[in-house]
Design a protein. Structure first.
Length: 253
């Protein structure tokens, strides 16, 4: 099974990096590049870049489970803004890091220069109520009030994080993606790998260069937008049809 092979490669071939060491590579203000492909290619890619990256280890594992609840307006205005290609847009979410049992309320902002800025505050639980420091963060950053938003969709996946040894870059590699609504409807994307290169400035680092050598160009779509596209009726979808089709091909090559 590919996931077990991936786990073995991370444990045996990559030097680890801890959460404490990650403080220097948070990249809360960054540029992002996204790539998608089938997981059967990932073991070979990892072996080729093992000397250039370290692998994040949390609570004894190199593959961490993330559970994320996304908020939107009742009419999905945040999703629609993304669908329409507007910059200066927000995502609002509550994220749980399963192995470390940490919870954060987060606001992500993509500005007019296509840079991503993330701010967050610690939460004691995954109670979806936006209050206290979470309310302060929301009003200060996104100029929205808690009553403007409702919890909409869960996006859950297993994440591998690689940190470049020599350049300002962090790679997230997401597997086992599952999306579901609050009322229990769900969809899984078996075999899909989503790689995001988060960099202080755009550069052709070893993993990015390797993907391009294999004719894997930038593509895909936001995991939240994919969840809405897959599970919600009566929202705009035309812009995301090519991305959703490419994801289906990655799952079923």
């Amino acid at each position: 099974m590919a996931l077990e092979e991936i786990r073995d490669i991370l444990n045996n071939d990559f030097e680890k990096i801890t959460l404490e060491e990650m403080d220097n590579v948070k990249l809360m203000d960054r540029v992002d590049m996204k790539f998608i492909f089938n997981e059967r290619y990932l073991p070979g890619f990892l072996r080729q870049v093992k000397d250039h990256y370290r692998s994040l280890e949390v609570s004894g594992t190199r593959m961490s489970r993330y559970e994320t609840l996304y908020y939107d307006t009742p009419r999905y205005d945040l999703y629609t803004t993304h669908h329409n290609g507007r910059l200066n847009r927000y995502k609002v979410r509550l994220r749980r890091y399963v192995e470390s049992d940490l919870n954060f309320f987060e606001v992500k902002f993509k500005n007019s220069k296509a840079r991503t800025q993330k701010t967050r505050v610690r939460r004691k639980s995954t109670d979806p109520a936006i209050e206290g420091k979470a309310e302060e963060l929301l009003t200060q950053t996104a100029k929205m009030r808690p009553e403007h938003l409702v919890p909409k969709l869960w996006v859950n996946y297993t994440r591998v994080t690689l940190v470049n040894r020599f350049e300002e870059e962090r790679l997230t590699i997401d597997l086992d993606l599952e999306v579901r609504t609050e009322d229990g409807r769900s969809k899984t994307f078996g075999g899909l790998v989503i790689v995001e290169a988060k960099q202080g400035k755009m550069q052709k680092t070893p993993f990015v260069k390797l993907l391009r050598e294999h004719h894997i160009g930038e593509g895909g779509m936001s995991k939240y937008c994919l969840a809405v596209y897959s599970l919600v009726d009566d929202v705009k979808k035309n812009t995301f049809k090519p991305g959703a089709s490419a994801i289906d091909k990655c799952c079923n090559p």
